[in-house]
Design a protein around this ligand. Structure first.
Ligand code: 5AD
Ligand code: SF4
Length: 459
């Protein structure tokens, strides 16, 4: 589902221009949209939620599944009347569709002024000036320089004191794993880790702005490595260092690959209090034959043993996953192996998809599973995953949990936040301060959230 960019930064320039960003797809894109808004903020742009008032509209796109490019072209079609009414309006396409389609977008959509791939966002302010002067620009290079070195540092507390208490922080980008179904290695490029010092300084800025929870992001976040004080650091060491920041209450990370789940990271789940008991660890399939065809380089049993070790370190950890059904060559027996793995692991939460051939990836060339068969498997898998999610949520009823208060609830007299296990919790209380961690007694489990009442105080 598309979402609207959320971060606002005051432009120091005299003429304020309005920027509207529509974000598709993953959390990396949500983070990138925030950083793009911050970069353009240095050039006088301020975010608006009113598309009709925008001087510039950016569609920050995702290419991971079906017909992504077509969806972008139809969205651009819907923007035509706006552009006709206001010829000064500038329209840009960013993200992975921009990377994959490049100049093709300018050819097919005359209303587009700007096409920028994910590695070039630091060049946005200069490009925005170019398009304001009438140029049509494309940048889909993978520059040698690190875009994060050039994006402006995040706004200081005096600029935005009241932001949401949760934030994403990208620590790693790209992927070298080349799963046979996936476009990410082509659209986001090779795995690159940001330096520890830069991450820690960005985290300090976020905490100074009132952020209490940071989610470290990367396509292969647990492959992150860097030069830290004293030695080479892995993600566990980075997490332990972040945990020393006063004021930061919670740390999460996503998305991980099973093969990069090192002993030190597993240990951190056992002894680092600020590391939340939630792990998104995609497995994709429970059949070794299909895992091999997917080029996943792990087996179903290997994954189950890994989960056992993680649970030994942190027994209450909630496991989340990604699954693909209908991958080329998947038989009924392969699909049953996936159902067996789901029963063996027990997921508190999960995402499941029908395989979607992505042009340029190896699996797209293979004989495809009929759509009705894949649809039927997806339904069965989703029914099982939904049942497991409900069981995990129901098990919370009657328990006291910690909730980071994020906002007022939809109903009057309610506050809303997330539990340690990342459950959305609606609390019957009108006045819990945003950014505090409250003790809440869970009273009910709803389809996608929990309800509760305040227990003892908050911190
Ligand atoms: N078809 C279906 N699902 C896919 N994913 C990635 N590529 C495809 C594809 N071609 C899913 C995987 C991945 C998640 C982000 O999206 O499950 O973990
Ligand atoms: Fe795609 Fe596989 Fe890399 Fe994940 S690990 S981004 S699924 S290629």
């Amino acid at each position: 589902m598309p979402t609207t960019g959320v971060s606002i930064m005051d432009g120091a320039k005299t003429t304020v221009k309005k920027l509207f960003i529509k974000t598709y797809g993953c959390q990396m894109n949500v983070y990138d949209s925030e950083r793009m808004a911050e970069a353009l903020g240095t050039d006088g742009y301020e975010l608006t939620e009113d598309i009709g008032a925008a001087d510039m509209i950016l569609l920050n796109t995702c290419h991971i599944r079906e017909k992504a490019a077509e969806k972008v072209y139809s969205e651009l079609g819907r923007l035509k009347p706006l552009k006709s009414a206001r010829p000064d309006l500038r329209i840009g396409v960013t993200g992975c569709v921009a990377q994959a389609e490049g100049t093709e977008i300018l050819a097919r959509a005359p209303i587009v002024d700007l096409v920028v791939g994910p590695q070039s966002y630091h060049r946005l302010p200069a490009m925005a000036r170019g398009v304001a002067a009438g140029a049509r620009l494309v940048d889909t290079e993978f520059p040698a320089e690190d875009k994060f070195d050039h994006l402006p540092s995040r706004p200081k507390p005096d600029q935005k004191p009241d932001r949401n208490p949760t934030a994403f922080l990208t620590v790693q980008e790209g992927c070298d794993k080349f799963c046979a179904f996936c476009v990410v290695p082509y659209t986001r490029g090779a795995e690159v880790s940001r330096p520890a010092a830069r991450i820690l300084s960005e985290a300090r800025d976020l905490v100074a702005r009132g952020v209490r929870e940071i989610t470290l992001l990367g396509q292969n976040v647990n492959a992150w490595h860097g030069e830290g004080e004293g030695s080479d650091w892995g993600l566990a060491r980075l997490i332990r260092d972040l945990a020393r920041l006063d004021g930061l209450a919670r740390i999460r990370y996503t998305t991980s690959h099973p093969n990069d789940m090192g002993d030190d990271l597993i240990a951190a789940h056992g002894d680092c209090e600020k590391l939340m008991p939630y792990l998104h660890l995609p497995v994709q399939s429970g059949s070794d034959r299909i895992l091999k065809a997917m080029n996943r380089k792990h087996t179903a049993q290997g994954y189950i043993r890994l989960i056992d070790r993680i649970r030994a370190a942190r027994p209450d950890i909630l496991i989340s996953g990604d699954f693909i059904v209908g991958f080329p060559g998947e038989t009924d027996a392969d699909f049953q192996a996936t159902m067996d793995l789901v029963r063996a692991v027990g997921y508190g939460q999960a995402y499941s998809f029908k395989y979607s051939p992505r042009p340029g990836t190896p699996a797209a060339e293979r004989a495809q599973v009929p759509a009705e068969v894949a649809d039927d498997r997806l339904q069965q898998l989703q029914a099982l995953l939904t049942q497991q999610q409900h069981e995990a949520q129901s098990a919370m009823v009657g328990k006291e949990v910690s909730v980071l208060i994020e906002k007022k609830g939809r109903q009057p007299g309610q506050m809303a936040g997330k539990s340690d296990h990342l459950h959305a919790v609606h609390i019957d209380a009108a006045d819990l301060p945003i950014g505090t961690v409250a003790k809440v007694r869970i009273t009910d489990s709803k389809p996608n959230s929990l309800a509760g009442t305040p227990a003892i105080g908050h911190s």
